[in-house]
Design a protein around this ligand. Structure first.
Ligand code: UD1
Length: 444
């Protein structure tokens, strides 16, 4: 696990760690929002595109970031970590300087890639810069089939030849990538990241149609442009990339994590109370904030971030369908479901992005929730109260939904196997504890 050696709160990636929560406390105070995991990962991978150093500020301290450092290290990227300085605020993110002066290996092996799906994205920069990449098929969250066909479509459209060999994807190009048109049949964040990175070093112009419009795509495009890329239209569904022969170094600040912001907003809506989500930016999650307002939370934006409050009144049920940005994010679906477990009536939540992203349902039911699944739609009948129980974290967002439910449940909940939580939420127990929650990590 990544440590900066200067007073970072210890985090553990140990599979056996548990989180104990005693529910029933309101949340009051401030929660600092970390840099976005889903922006930090592609930004770190972009360092492979240049032999010059790329400096990233506000990088969250997460297991996935540490894992990606190992993967990039294997390719020859030198990572310098500037951690917390004495004058820094408690929760300031870390600064990473990544230098890929020389790529020493274009293979990303199974042992490293299998734990995190996003690490597959190294394939784009490697083949763009080196003309060759051999990358293991990915692992990551067990949420339905998560194929890589659209990522390979990107490379093929830019002129790479693709083979599958012993669980590895091998991508090659004899004379470098050339610009092309990439029309995605469905919106893919990882596909759009891959297209941006690969097309930036291709010969000629590329057009990405039906591109993902997520804020993390815009953040990557901004950083690539600072590195000398010529990208226009990021944030819309049509992006144009003029290839350049080489990219240089840059300095870039990772944008705040909208999923972490939305998660804590839901936690406050669940328990009641009044919390400032410091550094949260409403425009990054307006769709989710609108749903919370509809449910009865009070949301306002201030100079310092987003303020979420709910007094004693109960929550109203909602009807929500997950959609690509700017719609309601799939990464907040499990958390919203936890929240709706205690609403005054029946809510319906439809998941359209990933199949099987309902692993949290069974565990929420263990806490007393009434949820009925019908295909890709869950009906959640609000109950008077949830009751604490031992539950198991199954994927990143599912595990945090159990935490939200536990914060409102009567008695003690033990969330087992919090490994997934550590992949995406920085110091969750400290952030919630500071606001009055009774929550502690139990090691081993
Ligand atoms: C990213 C996020 C993840 C989020 C997801 C959707 C990161 C590190 N992860 O994942 O947290 O839940 O966006 O907002 O940023 N698909 C294919 N073929 C492909 C690629 C994707 O069919 O080659 C499908 C997927 O199965 C899914 C849909 O496209 O049904 C969207 O997936 P995608 O946007 O690519 O998700 P990720 O980039 O993996």
């Amino acid at each position: 696990m990544l440590q900066d050696g200067a007073g970072a709160a210890p985090q553990s990636g140990d599979d056996m760690d548990r989180i104990r929560i005693v529910g029933g406390r309101e949340l009051h105070g401030e929660i600092p929002i970390s840099g976005a995991k889903n922006a930090a990962l592609p930004l770190m991978i972009a360092s492979l595109l240049t032999d010059q150093p790329l400096t990233l500020d506000n990088v969250p301290r997460l297991a996935d970031v540490a894992q990606l450092q190992r993967i990039l290290g294997n390719h020859g990227v030198d990572v310098m970590v500037n951690g917390k300085r004495p004058e820094d605020r408690d929760y300031q993110g870390q600064t990473l300087t990544l230098s890929a002066a020389r790529i020493v290996d274009t293979t990303a092996p199974y042992e490293l890639v299998s734990r995190m799906r996003a690490s597959f994205w190294v394939i784009g920069p490697l083949v763009a810069r080196m003309g060759h990449a051999r990358v293991s098929m990915p692992g990551g969250c067990a949420i339905g089939t998560r194929p890589v066909d659209l990522l390979l479509l990107v490379l093929e459209r830019l002129g790479a030849a693709i083979d599958i060999d012993g669980g590895y994807v091998v991508a090659r190009t004899e004379s470098g990538l050339r610009g092309g048109t990439i029309a995605f049949p469905k919106v893919t964040v990882g596909g759009t990241h891959t297209a941006l990175m690969a097309a930036s070093l291709a010969r000629g112009a590329s057009v990405i149609e039906n591109a993902a419009r997520e804020p993390e795509v815009v953040d990557l495009a901004d950083c690539l442009n600072k590195m000398g890329a010529k990208i226009s239209g990021a944030g819309t569904s049509r992006i144009v990339v003029e290839g350049v022969p080489r990219l240089g170094g840059a300095r870039h600040r990772v944008l705040p994590d909208r999923i972490e912001t939305g998660t804590y907003a839901m936690a406050v809506a669940m328990t009641g109370g009044d919390v400032l989500l410091e550094g949260g930016r409403p425009e990054l999650l307006q769709g989710a904030l609108d749903v919370l307002t509809q449910a009865g939370a009070r949301i306002s934006s201030t100079n310092q971030g987003i303020r979420v409050a709910r007094n004693g009144a109960g929550l109203d049920p909602v009807e929500v369908t997950t959609r690509p940005f700017p719609g309601f994010p799939t990464d907040l679906q499990a958390q919203l479901m936890a929240l709706m477990c205690c609403a005054r009536g029946t809510s319906h939540i439809t998941e359209t992005i990933f199949e099987n992203r309902f692993m949290h349902v069974q565990e929420l039911v263990r806490l007393g929730a009434r949820i009925h699944l019908d295909g890709d739609t869950a009906s959640i009948e609000g109950v008077e109260r949830l009751t604490g129980a031992p539950v198991m974290a199954t994927d990143l967002r599912a595990s945090v939904s159990l935490v939200i439910a536990a914060l409102a449940a009567e008695g003690e909940t033990m969330v087992n196997r919090v490994y997934h939580l550590d992949r995406g939420f920085e110091r969750l127990e400290n952030k919630l504890g500071r606001c009055g929650a009774e929550v502690q990590r139990i090691s081993g």
